[in-house]
Design a protein around this ligand. Structure first.
Ligand SMILES: C[S@@+](CC[C@H](N)C(=O)[O-])C[C@H]1O[C@@H](n2cnc3c(N)ncnc32)[C@H](O)[C@@H]1O
Length: 254
């Protein structure tokens, strides 16, 4: 491994991947079966070595214990701009990008490896998984595990018959509410007003989310990165497009 950053031009893939087709994705049967040690080797717990020491009682260790659990999830992370920015800002928080396109996932994975080599000790807290966020989320995360979920410039799926492929729907919100802890935040942003209004409508209607007032949202230190640090956000900036932001807090069951 040279530590050379991957070039995006070799990892291009057509913009849309059908979330309903069979992608032959690997996913754990449940969160306890997920091995995070290969994703975040610097966060593997020292307790594993004592488990394996000669004097320790013999015990089946399926997968290494981790010091931390993933807390931030970027759903449909694309080329990973947000992860790379937040990584050094919150070095002790584990973050995961989730992306359905093979080449795009490969690009982010290679970039993480290269950055870890270039900057020893850094970028250890970010990783990526190729997955369909519409299908297997509760297989990866326990109830209330996540503190932040990002839906940044999701695919708009303009046509009415394609709306079911949007990543915010009533059914999916129930899953997001399950993996997001009470007090956790969903961040949504889009340059497509119709999609923004669709996300706001669904989140407003859901009993487990409440909208965070704009004045409060603007005080959140993550917001500038949400607006400008993803590849899509940069593209909208270049084209002088408008960006519509809406953030929601997970609330308790009434
Ligand atoms: C318009 S791009 C935005 C990427 C990134 N969030 C950004 O702001 O640059 C939407 C991304 O979501 C991914 N995506 C769409 N549906 C998905 C799904 N069901 N599961 C995982 N990723 C998905 C697409 O492959 C694409 O990379």
């Amino acid at each position: 491994m040279s530590g050379k950053l991957p070039q995006k031009k070799f990892f291009r893939q057509r913009a849309h991947s059908n979330p309903f087709s069979d992608h032959h994705l690997d996913y754990p049967k449940s969160p306890t079966e997920m091995d995070w040690s290969t994703h975040y080797p610097a966060f593997v717990s020292e307790e594993n070595s004592s488990e394996l020491s000669l004097n320790a009682p013999i015990k089946q260790v399926d997968r290494p214990l981790m010091k931390k659990k993933v807390e931030f999830a970027d759903l449909g992370c694309g080329y990973g701009g947000l992860l790379f920015s937040l990584s050094t800002l919150y070095p002790e928080t584990l973050m995961l990008g989730m992306e359905i396109r093979v080449k795009v996932e490969e690009y982010v994975r290679e970039k993480i490896i290269a950055l870890r080599l270039q900057h020893p000790g850094q970028y250890q807290n970010i990783s990526i998984i190729r997955m369909n966020v519409m299908k297997f989320l509760p297989n990866f995360f326990e109830k209330g595990q996540l503190s932040k979920m990002f839906f940044l410039f999701p695919d708009p799926h303009f046509k009415t018959r394609k709306h079911k492929a949007r990543v915010i729907t009533n059914q999916l919100l129930a899953e997001y509410a399950y993996v997001l802890r009470v007090g956790g935040i969903i961040y949504t942003i889009s340059d497509v007003k119709d999609l923004h209004e669709w996300m706001v409508k669904h989140l407003d209607e859901h009993p487990l989310f409440e909208r965070i007032p704009d004045e409060e949202v603007e005080k959140d230190p993550i917001i500038p990165f949400v607006r400008t640090d993803t590849e899509e956000g940069k593209k909208v900036e270049r084209n002088k497009g408008e960006k519509f932001l809406a953030c929601y807090r997970r609330i308790m069951n009434q």
